[in-house]
Design a protein around this ligand. Sequence first.
Ligand code: HOZ
Length: 425
Amino acid sequence: MSSSEQLFARAKQLIPGGVNSPVRAFRSVGGAPFFVKAARGATLVTADDRELIDFVCTWGPAIHGHNHPAIREAIAAALDRGTSFGTPNPLEVEMAELIVKFVPSIQKVRMCNSGTEATMSAIRLARGFTRRDKIIKFSGCYHGHSDSLLIKAGSGALTHGHPDSAGVPASFARETIVLPFNDRAALDAAFAANPGEIAGVILEPYCGNVGFIMPDAGYLAYLRAITAKHGTVLIFDEVMTGFRIAKGGVQERDHITPDLTCLGKIIGGGLPVGAFGGRADIMDQLAPLGPVYQAGTLSGNPLAMAAGIAALKLLETEDPYARLDALGRRLRDAVLGACQAKGLPVQVPQCGSMFSIFFTPTPVRDYATALTGNKELFNRFFHACLDRGVYLAPSAYEAGFLSTAHDGVAIERACGIMMDAISSL
Ligand code: HOZ
């Protein structure tokens, strides 16, 4: 038995499914997960001493690669001063200043501990601010696992065939209207059918939890206009895209100003974190200023703030976005070329350091077209890559991520492996 197999056998005795987050269990792609004992740069080191080129990047945070020296030093320095104070600390202020500086729509920000907390709190805030109950989300968008949002959800929920989770009361689900992404007529109809009732519209402006999907030209501007017209709070979930698509996220790249934005992942530099922010008049409805309650023992944790500040400062000094996009295009072209040579229909949506691979002739622009991807073929591709030393997300419905560490040798090696994997299918 390998070390990973032994660890998984022990884990399954005590942890449901042997994992602390469902997609990690490999159930969708088949086989058993490997355990990782270390990571550096673009590489994971498994419990069995295999080295894998990693395109999961801890599901997005590791934009500088794993275990970057500047982030490690920042954490070590913070550790010397203490791990948690339960009082305001100076690093929270520095983090807030950086977020407000870079994310165009954010005037005030509140830190929390995960993307799920950020989206859950933003929804409550939108409801408290508008004094309305209903929200709109889009099928395939995943905003963490709170009750209002785990309906027609992507990511692990879709991967495991439960886009509507058990345990969400029907009465809660009734307050969530689910629409197809990229469909203006569906938006018009939902607002017409629920006049004065919709508190917020939440979306991943570039979807990353049903594979990677970009909005049609003008769609985000349409959303901005219709929500403004109806006094509805527009919430961008930029947990994945924030500081990744651009320093200021999709809103900076596409020049759209949402009312609230949810962040996570990169802003924690690899430690647990979340944040939500936006218009000052909305944010000031939060306790202690206003009536919308939200709190957290570890919110603004000094270690997470130190790691996140180091990660954001590196983005400021290195400005890696053109380089990351070139790496993304290199990978996309390699996959497209290999599939063309093999006669396999494929779609490879990519923007900057996010991408995904759908084995389908159909352009992917929403949940329904994402499902046209050949999942069985994806699973064989996934394992062919893994056997050769490249780790992709173990699901046909997750995005891939690149980091600044995927340059030179790593990206060329990964492209060669992926092309060979495709020719083996
Ligand atoms: N739902 C996460 C990605 N979209 C998976 C997180 C994890 O398994 O670590």
